[in-house]
Ligand binder design. Structure first.
Ligand code: NAP
Ligand code: ZN
Length: 359
């Protein structure tokens, strides 16, 4: 069927309204009418081909929530009317060691929700800035939050799991002092989740304007990382650091804040590399530098349930689809508290906003 979507036809063009098609649900497929879709910084990297290799038209969006409108004959876990989510993964090989472990995010054949190969037109996957999506049931998540919170649940599908997974992997909990670097969409979820896991949280931001706001999110302490005198107070002080920054920066400044055996996990994926850290930042105190990519499907369900039980959602600013180009510019300036979420009902309306920027 043909549906409305918002996407770009080339890396230097703004996003605009377009028609796309979705397959009819196969035996194992769930068809979802999308209510809301969060706006991740990865959407900007991808739609502008900052990571190279973007296929056009590109319809971003991998923080998808909505209601099931049809299911295939062999679907057992979902029925029409269910509240569900789809994150960054819509397929994988289903039989490798990573898939068997429920770590589909590390499967070599993992198919992203957008820009991944598919037999469906136009030959690559198209994401959640659209009215509807059809996904194999293995990659569909149940949402147990109240429906009134649905828009604010959307960012959990990427920002939530991308921060939850490394916090769990590194066993963050009571007695740990945890740094969260970069207080954007991912970072603000990192603060909420580390706090909910019982850690003492120190937020590191480049934005003076977030000093008080980060405390309201649950940070016990806030450091403006541009001030070296503030940074110096935290030398050899932290057990773990979750670094979400979307741009290249000096990693040594943060590695040296770790205690002996401390670790910093990078989840930020800037288009250009970070300067390589000094070996002594790692050798001294036996520190580790690690990375992490989203999370597997079982862990994403675990994270959604963890958040539903505790009433945890993202702090969002709801926008119409035709405000997306302006939203991107504001994100690049760090001007969002803390996640834009598209109201997908707006896709059916005529565009009101002339926010198309010149290329
Ligand atoms: P975001 O909302 O734009 O937040 C990024 C934050 O980084 C900014 O709010 C800012 O926080 C900080 N920052 C400092 N200097 C910056 C600069 N020069 N340019 C941009 N940001 C700067 O982005 P996000 O959606 O949280 O995503 C963050 C990064 O994670 C992106 O690179 C994204 O692609 C990546 N990502 C990775 C995964 C994964 O699986 N590993 C999943 C999703 C996203 P302050 O104002 O507090 O300094
Ligand atoms: Zn994302």
């Amino acid at each position: 069927m043909t549906i409305k979507a918002y996407g770009a036809h080339a890396s230097k063009l703004p996003l605009e309204s377009m028609d796309i098609t979705r397959r009819a649900p196969g035996a194992h497929d769930v068809q979802i009418d999308i209510a809301y879709c969060g706006v991740c910084h990865s959407d900007i990297h991808q739609v502008r081909s900052e990571w190279a290799g973007t296929l056009y038209p590109c319809v971003p969006g991998h923080e998808i929530v909505g209601r099931v409108s049809a299911v295939g004959a062999r679907v057992t876990g979902f029925k029409a009317g269910d509240l569900v989510g789809v994150g960054c993964i819509v397929d994988s090989c289903k039989h490798c060691e990573d898939c068997a472990d429920g770590q589909e995010n590390y499967c070599d054949a993992m198919i992203g929700t957008y820009n991944g190969p598919t037999p469906d037109a136009p030959g690559h996957t198209l994401g959640g800035y659209s009215q509807r999506i059809v996904v194999h049931e293995r990659y569909v998540l149940s949402i147990r939050h109240p429906e009134a919170q649905l828009a604010a649940v959307a960012p959990l599908l990427c920002a939530g799991i991308t921060t939850y997974s490394p916090l769990r992997h590194w066993r963050v909990g009571p007695g740990h002092k945890v740094g969260v670097v970069g207080i954007g969409g991912l970072g603000h979820m990192g603060i909420k989740l580390a706090r909910a896991m019982g850690a003492h949280v120190v937020a590191f931001t480049t934005s003076e304007s977030k000093r008080e706001a980060a405390k309201a999110l649950g940070a016990d302490e806030v450091v403006v990382s541009r001030h070296s005198s503030e940074m110096a107070k935290y030398a050899k002080n932290l057990d773990f650091i979750l670094n979400t920054v979307a741009a290249p920066h000096n990693l040594d400044a943060f590695l040296t804040l770790l205690k002996r055996d401390g670790a910093m996990t990078l989840v930020g994926a800037p288009a250009a590399p970070h300067p390589s850290p000094q070996p002594f930042s790692l050798i001294m105190k036996r520190r580790s530098l690690a990375g992490s990519m989203i999370g597997g499907i079982p862990e994403t369900q675990e994270m959604l349930d963890f958040c539903a039980e505790r009433g945890i959602v993202a702090d969002i600013e709801l926008i119409r689809a035709d405000e997306i180009n302006t939203a991107y510019e504001r994100m690049l300036k760090g001007d969002v508290k803390y996640r834009f979420v598209i109201d997908n009902a707006s896709l059916a309306l005529p565009p009101q906003n002339q926010d198309r920027k010149p290329s």
